[in-house]
Every structure is written in C-alpha cells, then in structure tokens.
Design a protein around this ligand. Structure first.
Ligand code: ZN
Ligand code: ZN
Length: 325
C-alpha cells in the first residue's frame, strides 16, 4: 500500500463561515509585514498570523521573539522605524516568550553579538532541541527577573506551565503592554488541542494571571492585531463555556450503549463516548460566537480542544474517575 500523495482539488474543500472583520488586523505591505507603534519606542510587527515586538533604545534594539514567518522582515521593520526616528537599528537583546521554533527561529539572523534572554527551561529545551536557527539563551530567569536595559524596565515572569512548560510573561509597565504568547489567539479560536497546551489547568488559568497585570495592549504572538483586555475576557468566556458544557454533558449523558455495543473493543467504546461528549458540548458554540471569534466552525481545532480539556478534567481533576469498590 502506498501513501496517497495526490493533489486536492479546490472544489472539494469544505467551506467555513467568513472571518469577522474584527479578527483581522491592518493590511501588510508589499514585503508581507506591518509594523506599528504601540507606545513610545515600543513597536510590534505582524504578517497577519505571527507577531513580535521590539523596543528602540540608546543601547540598541531589544527584540521580543523572532518568529520564523517574519524572518528578514523583522530587520526590515526595525530599519524602517530606526531610520524614521534616527535610532539604532542593531538588535542587541532578544527576549524569548518560550522555546518553540515558530516563534524563535529567526533568532540566528541577528548573529552572535546578541544577548538572548529567556526562562531557564527555555534554555534547557533549546539546548535539547539543538536547532542552529535558535541559539539557547545566555541569560535566564526562574520565577521572575527585572531587566533594566537602555532606560527600559522589563519584568519577566513565569507562573507555571501552560501552553508550554516555559511560557513566560514579558511585562512592559512603562508601555502599558504585556506579551504572552500562544495562550490567546486574539479574535480566533485556539488551534489543535487547546493551542497544544502541555498543561490544561495552567493554560486555562493563564488569561486570569495576565489580567492581574496592569496593561492595555497585549502582544499575543497571534494573529493580525494586538489584543485588549476585552479580547482576553472573550477568550476566557469561550473556554469557560466549553468547560461548563463538557462537565454538564459528561456528568449527565448516559454512554452505556457505547460500552455494551463495542465490547470487547474498549477503545471504540471510549472514543465513541468521549467524541460524542465533545460534539454535544461544542454544538452550540459556532452559532453563539459567530462574528466574534474566527474559525469557531473548524471542528478539527474546536473538537480536539474540547477532547483535550475533557481528558484534563478526568485526569487532572478526577472527574468521573471512580475507584473500584
Ligand atoms: Zn508555542
Ligand atoms: Zn504560536
């Protein structure tokens, strides 16, 4: 048997609801990026899917993440701003939000004369993954660290694992801005399995921790625009509703038919049962969030997210886990 590598015809593709205007950001330029001022000398760059930030300072540029899709456009964006403001365009510092390649693999473009800073677990994981595009940070922190660079005050925080074990909070209090990546996809649903969260209770708690900081602008790493506190609240409402619906369906719906009919194929029983719970829990979401959150009708993201939360409710919280008499 050979693998099916045949092309897909455009006519056979499923159709989805239009993306709400509010989920999209500013238009990108010819080179495929947009750079905008957040506050003073703090800027952000996006290609419509990924985001990073940077500060121009008398000691050079402090870059916040280096997404691979932005690549050389990061320096182009910095050049544009530095030129307009007569500031240095040389990246001297790079702070990573976490260890993932997609948010960090433009790092090596900035050479070796850069101080890379991140959580100590980011360093450990980058050393493990040994990717030449993503040199491990030289400077690390554990729970918190305050950086004073070029007149900037930057507070790094780690509040437990969530999306990844090393997900960090990068707080710029003098710019009214927080950077927290891969937790809230501003205006969009999480991708597969709750944005690939390695720790579901940690991921669900993260937006609340973010709101404990004082800020007006969120650099969320995705998608095309900055986030507001309302965006975080909408994300919390959406996830909270999945949690509530899952609990209600899981604790009241009778799955006996799956276990009787499929015996002794226990995996067919479990898959049939849990998939059904996820489907029923998510069924009201598309209509309820239409026009407010994009891609809420993409089942592969929303249902896998519900399954991942349901497994965490069972395994982390013990819901429905019964000790044999
Ligand atoms: Zn990530
Ligand atoms: Zn991401």
């Amino acid at each position: 048997m050979t693998l099916d590598l045949s092309p897909v015809s455009a006519d056979s593709l499923p159709q989805f609801a239009p993306v709400p205007e509010s989920s999209l950001g500013p238009a990108v330029n010819e080179q495929g990026y947009y750079v905008g001022q957040i506050d003073g000398n703090l800027y952000w760059v996006t290609d419509g899917v990924y985001q990073c930030g940077f500060l121009t300072t008398p000691e050079g540029v402090i870059l916040l993440d280096a997404p691979a899709t932005l690549g050389h456009n990061i320096q182009r964006a910095i050049d544009e701003i530095a030129h307009a403001n007569d500031a240095s365009n040389k990246v001297r510092y790079l702070i990573h939000s976490h260890h993932h390649a997609d948010h960090g693999n433009a790092s090596s473009l900035f050479g070796t004369d850069v101080v890379r800073i991140a959580h100590e677990e980011t360093r450990r994981l980058m050393l493990r993954d040994n990717d030449p595009n993503r040199p491990a940070p030289d400077e690390t922190f554990q729970d918190s660290r305050t950086l004073e660079i070029g007149g900037e005050h930057i507070e790094l925080g780690w509040h437990g694992s969530s999306h990844s074990p090393d997900t960090s909070y990068i707080y710029l209090p003098n710019h009214d801005t927080l950077m927290l990546v891969d937790v809230i996809n501003v205006g969009w649903v999480p991708i597969y399995s709750l944005n690939l969260a390695v720790d579901v209770p940690g991921y669900i708690a993260a937006p609340g921790i973010a709101l404990e900081y004082e800020w007006s602008h969120l650099i969320s790493g995705h998608m095309g625009r900055l986030g507001s506190r309302d965006d975080v609240a909408l994300h919390q409402q959406f996830i909270g509703e999945i949690v509530d619906n899952l609990r209600e369906v899981f604790t009241t719906f009778d799955p006996t038919v799956y276990y009787q009919s499929y015996w002794p194929n226990m995996w067919a029983s479990v898959a049939g049962h849990l998939d059904d719970v996820a489907r029923r829990a998510c069924a009201p979401l598309a209509a309820k969030y239409a026009g407010r959150i994009a891609a809420v009708d993409i089942d592969s993201f929303v249902l896998s997210t519900a399954i991942w939360i349901l497994e965490s409710m069972r395994l982390d919280l013990g819901l429905g886990i019964q000790v044999h008499a």
